[in-house]
Design a binder for this molecule. Structure first.
Ligand code: JHZ
Length: 414
């Protein structure tokens, strides 16, 4: 694989110096779970290659699948299926209400508000909200629950419409969405347009440092156009007159998540400065940090495939937990088909009855682990390991074992 590519411009700064460092093959779309009547039909597949921009430090994939295909047609991800995420979101809302003194005259806007899992905390306290999300079923679920939601893609044009209609946001929340946007400059320009002069934006996204250090290669898929650090966010925000003022880190959320506090004024905390300095010192802002990642990922692939093949040759039965997008990357990249893993369970009722993209395992309800008692369960949703293992006490107490695939395959329980 040649590392230099000049054809694709950086999504953030437009540089033509992107350097490729990882190729995960040509894979199906990670959330394109296959409906029973479509099994066996050809699936769309796209190259999945990752590159680093030496000019603004942003890591990104080179392929651009149209967002309509990813988030509107057949998008089954509902945020409300994790208790851990719901508890995290409630704490976030409580903190914002206190810190920003929010009340009946405030406006909280959430971009990619999904089924209203976060905004409901504000609605419960009579604080006006506006959710924006292009996914039809999720937006409908939010509206049905009384959480005002517009079924649209957000960008600067929409922000201007809202502003012209007299709306400005005291708080804008953008969790796990900035990675999902192809036109990040249009998106951030829109946030700047919509934010009140003294307003606060909080953005959450998995940390690219953890992706590399904790070998979370399976979080790479076509929905995630970009993989952020504080430095790449800072440069993106500054281009639109916004300032990165504070940084928080949540070790246990989606494999290590950053929350950035952003506003129109430059009031940078010591903590933000420390994060930026640490990124420079650790090398995260330079290509060398990423150059060995492809070998590392290939090592995990071989180890996991070898482990599953050994267990299978000893007569073990293996299932998987979590029809997650990251699960799809893992199964497809490692090459885990139905001869190794028989079925996948997931408690998202919208995903049950479908089949994993590319590898064809049926998605069943979690009770299948008790009914069928596989010897091992490959934990595809490893980011919720604690929550899932607590729920699966009966399976574990009956002698069942989990295989946690990253950072290195490990057998837990039994
Ligand atoms: P989950 C999602 O990624 C989607 P995914 C998205 N692309 C993104 O950016 C990241 O999150 C951050 C199920 N589950 O959320 C629910 C159980 O069955 O980790 C999900 O289908 N039982 C927006 O899809 C899946 O597992 C449980 O107890 O890779 C987890 O998917 C819990 C907690 C979850 O990631």
């Amino acid at each position: 694989m040649s590392v230099q590519t000049s054809k694709v411009p950086c999504r953030s700064c437009g540089s033509l110096n992107l350097r490729r460092f990882l190729d995960l093959g040509v894979t199906p779309l990670a959330d394109a779970l296959v409906r029973p009547d479509k099994v066996g039909e050809p699936e769309d597949r796209f190259p999945l290659e990752v590159a680093f921009c030496p000019d603004c430090t942003l890591t990104q994939i080179l392929e651009e699948v149209p967002p309509q295909k990813l988030f509107v047609d057949n998008y089954l991800y509902f945020s409300s299926f994790s208790d851990h995420l719901l508890a995290h979101s409630e704490r976030h809302a409580d903190w914002l209400i206190d810190a920003r003194n929010l009340g009946p005259d405030s406006l909280v806007v959430e971009l990619a508000s999904n089924d209203g899992y976060l905004l409901k905390n504000f609605v419960d306290r009579d604080i006006p909200v506006l959710g924006i999300d292009p996914a039809p079923d999720q937006a409908a679920a939010a509206n049905a629950a009384g959480i005002r939601t517009l079924e649209r893609f957000f960008g600067d044009e929409m922000a201007r419409e809202l502003r012209d209609a007299g709306h400005t946001a005291d708080v804008i929340i953008a969790n796990n969405v900035l990675a999902h946007v192809p036109d990040i400059n249009g998106f951030v320009a829109g946030m700047a347009t919509l934010l009140a002069d003294d307003g606060l934006i909080t953005v959450e996204n998995p940390y690219v440092r953890e992706l590399v250090d904790r070998r979370e290669f399976d979080t790479i898929y076509h929905e995630h156009y970009c993989y952020y650090s504080c430095t790449s966010i800072d440069r993106l925000m500054q281009r639109h007159g916004l300032f990165l003022n504070d940084v928080e880190f949540f070790h246990n959320l989606h494999g290590g998540t950053l929350r950035w506090h952003i506003g129109h004024q430059n009031v940078r905390t010591e903590r933000a400065l420390e994060y930026l300095a640490a990124e420079e010192e650790s090398g995260l802002n330079h290509f060398d940090y990423y150059s060995a990642f492809a070998d590392t990922v290939e090592g995990v692939r071989k180890q996991l495939l070898g482990l599953l093949q050994d267990l299978k040759s000893q007569g073990a039965s293996i299932a998987a937990y979590g029809a997650a997008a990251k699960g799809s990357t893992l199964l497809n990249y490692v090459g885990i088909e139905t001869d190794l893993v028989d079925f996948v369970v997931d408690r998202n009722t919208h995903k049950q009855g479908t089949f994993m993209p590319g590898t064809n395992q049926p998605v069943l309800a979690p009770r299948a682990l008790i009914e069928r008692r596989p010897d091992y369960v490959l934990l595809l949703a490893w980011n919720f390991a604690e929550e899932i293992m607590a729920q699966q006490r009966e399976y574990l107490e009956g002698g069942g074992k989990f295989i946690v695939p990253v950072p290195a395959p490990e057998i837990v329980g039994g």
